[in-house]
Design a protein around this ligand. Sequence first.
Ligand code: SF4
Length: 99
Amino acid sequence: MTHSRRELLGRGLLLAGLAATGSARAQNAACYDPATLPLSQRSRRRAVSFVEASGDAAVRCGNCAFFTVTADPCGTCSILGGGPTQAGAVCSSFAPKGK
Ligand code: SF4
């Protein structure tokens, strides 16, 4: 069986994406379990387009004014009503620290 370059590239990107998602899940699992968050937290997260893994190292919870570290990289966010997050996540309410 032969595979075209396009098929192989697509599979490579898929595997890279799965690895990144798995990495974000593993990091979050150390801080909190997204599957057990109450409905109020899920709603807040949806409202601010919260994502578990920021694509920009400078724009992430760890660099946000609303983030409070509890046990690095874990913390809480005042925009999320004090709900749990972790340094690598981000949302649309990001505000850089110190500005
Ligand atoms: S406001 Fe958004 S980016 Fe800032 S700490 Fe909260 S969830 Fe993270």
